[in-house]
Ligand binder design. Structure first.
Ligand SMILES: Cc1ncc(COP(=O)(O)O)c(C=O)c1O
Length: 385
């Protein structure tokens, strides 16, 4: 291990650095999952979930598991075997959704978009007019390709064609603007470990009235115990009902993290993420690096840049600067670097990252003027109050 100059900063695309209050919540004595204390905390957690999804009318779920559990519960509960669905593939997580849906018997059509490009709403609309799709599945921010999709436009197209709109916002909610009711979303979900700033271990899902009615009106039973949102509905209506033991500490930590989201204010939090992301991108480009996501498809929560030296950059950043970054996902491992920038990250954190990245590239022999990344980023970072 080489010299570490700063404390470890976790800037992978989840999990993320925890606040001290969230860490303290994890360290409380064990509560019974059937105690009145846990019941009250869980009811509060469900209300806070509605706040983070910006919904009055949606029905909230919080289930022990990860984002993939939220994906699979949605697929298993909403879609019946043989039903047609459309998946927008803007990266790995769209592909994962297509696979999960197929495993649950759906007939899946996929619209694939090139690396770095968001889903084209015009193409989505024309595909939807070709068939009778039960639902459209879109990733809000694809954490693999670091691309953001235009949710409101896509949900509108889905509704125009009578399809349900399902949004994987695992890398969105808490950092990226999403208004469940106003955007006409039928199902949205996220996971605890990303922009909400909690440890991994919980999936948060919200269903619209339309989605609930569709699930409740199924002709065939849901072919799963744990992934059945119909069963979990009873628990969410009355958390005293036992279905499976929840990860009590994870739920308490998540409640604390969501309280922090509410204290900051959701819109202020979106703006902070937006400005930090703009500063980060300006700094990265000033280092001569090319961003993966095209203009207009860039996210406030995760950023990727092309490099064939991801292994070396990752190693120097971790060992010399104490900052953890991610390489590209799967087949992109040697082609890009990914940076997660959400939840508790501050403008100072962004500045540290850019300075460390610049020093890393200079150490690798790049001809870069010292201070150029930070100089480019500062105007955006200074906007944040
Ligand atoms: C967009 C997206 N969807 C789904 C998932 C799966 O979540 P998890 O790894 O918590 O199962 C991830 C994880 O990174 C993700 O980024």
């Amino acid at each position: 291990m080489e010299l570490a100059l700063v404390d470890d900063l976790l800037m992978i695309p989840g999990p993320t650095t925890l606040s001290s209050r969230v860490r303290e919540a994890l360290a409380q004595p064990q509560w019974s999952h059937s105690s009145p204390e846990f019941h009250d905390a869980f009811v509060d957690l469900l209300e806070l979930t509605k706040y983070a999804f910006v919904t009055r009318d949606g029905f909230p779920y919080v289930i022990t598991g990860s984002g993939t559990v939220a994906m699979e519960a949605t697929a298993a509960s909403l879609i019946e075997p043989g039903e047609k669905v459309l998946v927008l593939d803007t990266g790995h997580f769209g592909q994962r959704f297509a696979l999960i849906l197929e495993l649950h018997g759906a007939k899946v059509d996929t619209l694939k978009f090139d690396l770095g490009k968001a889903a084209d709403p015009g193409l989505v609309d024309s595909q939807l007019s070709k068939d009778n799709y039960k639902a459209v599945f879109v990733t809000h921010v694809d954490t693999g390709n670091t691309v953001k999709n235009a949710i409101g436009t896509i949900t509108e197209a889905a509704h125009n064609h009578g399809s349900l709109a399902v949004v994987d916002s695992v890398c969105g909610i808490g950092g990226e603007e999403l208004r469940f009711d106003d955007m006409g979303i039928d199902v949205a979900f996220t996971a605890s470990q990303k922009a909400i700033g909690s440890p991994p271990g919980a999936g948060l899902i919200v269903l619209s009235k339309r989605a609930l009615e569709s699930m409740e009106g199924r002709k065939s039973p849901i072919r799963s115990y744990y992934f059945s949102l119909l069963r979990w509905k009873k628990v969410m209506e009355d958390p005293r009902v036992y279905l499976a033991t929840p990860a009590v500490q994870i739920m308490l930590a998540l409640r604390t993290a969501l309280q922090e989201v509410k204290e900051e204010g959701i819109e202020k939090r979106w703006n902070r993420h937006n400005n930090q992301a703009a500063g980060l991108r300006a700094g990265i480009e000033a280092l001569g690096l090319r961003l993966v996501a095209e203009e207009g498809a860039r996210a406030s929560t995760v950023t990727g840049f092309f490099t064939s030296e991801s292994k070396e950059i990752q190693s120097i950043m971790r060992n010399r600067h104490g900052i953890q970054l991610a390489r590209g996902l799967y087949e992109h491992a040697d082609a890009m670097m990914r940076i997660g920038h959400f939840a508790n990250l501050s403008p100072t954190g962004v500045a540290s990252l850019l300075t460390a990245l610049e020093m890393t590239l200079r150490k690798m022999g790049r001809d870069i003027r010292a201070g150029s990344a930070l100089q480019a980023a500062t105007p955006q970072l200074e906007i944040i109050s």
